[in-house]
Design a protein around this ligand. Sequence first.
Ligand SMILES: Nc1ncnc2c1ncn2[C@@H]1O[C@H](COP(=O)(O)OP(=O)(O)OP(=O)(O)O)[C@@H](O)[C@H]1O
Length: 257
Amino acid sequence: MRAGFELSENPFRLARVCPELITFISTIIPMAESVLSLNDVAVYQQENLVLNDISLEVRPGEFVYLIGKTGSGKSSFMKTLYADLPLREGQGQIVGFNLKTLKEKDIPALRRKLGIVFQDFKLLPDRNVHNNLDFVLKATGWKDRAQMDARIDAVLEKVGMKTKGFKFPHELSGGEQQRIAIARALLNDPELILADEPTGNLDPQTSVEVMKVLQEINKTGRTILMATHDYALILKYPSKTLKCDGNKVFEVIQKAG
Ligand SMILES: Nc1ncnc2c1ncn2[C@@H]1O[C@H](COP(=O)(O)OP(=O)(O)OP(=O)(O)O)[C@@H](O)[C@H]1O
């Protein structure tokens, strides 16, 4: 007969059989903090209310889709998260920043902790891939040449583009340009990647390739929120899904089959 529990027991299973343990466990295992937490948030475009009563949480390591019809407010929602639109109503915390009290001068610091990926890539056309990435590193305070080159190599490797640093954006396919845009988003090791229709300009096969890159990045522990119209991708890579509809954002459960 053995008395008590062995240390090798799963503490969460123990918590179910012994509820007092929950209090104890919560003191030794810090709860995963939210990467994003919104409470009764409203999203405006100028004076027009686009979305309201948004309350949601995104936890570290999650991959979350944001879906909804054209004009339902996906981009406006994303813009509120990266402070392109001010948070006027409700409470919002993102990667440790309070969106409600955020000052203009804090926006660069917030964006450094976010990786932002757009539908139209937004690469600088007048310089090659390496220099596109170098531009961002310089703009975000990197100084050491060797460290900068190593970082550029590392992010290009992550997106399978290590040999393409010398290419200009116009010499790359859409899918390759999006990989570079994802590499750029990774430069400062962001806590959260916001991807607004990242496959919107790509054909279905290239979309899957870009999606595989995002999935790989998510598997390494990074949190991703991705706005998309692409239901085929959601079916192929099911994950938590939020929907913008009727001025609201709510979680939808994917039906099997
Ligand atoms: N700069 C702007 N000024 C005023 N209204 C805007 C602006 N941008 C978007 N809107 C309006 O806000 C609403 C939501 O637009 P938004 O672009 O967020 O939708 P969306 O779901 O991202 O659409 P899409 O899928 O077509 O990109 C729409 O009614 C749109 O007309």
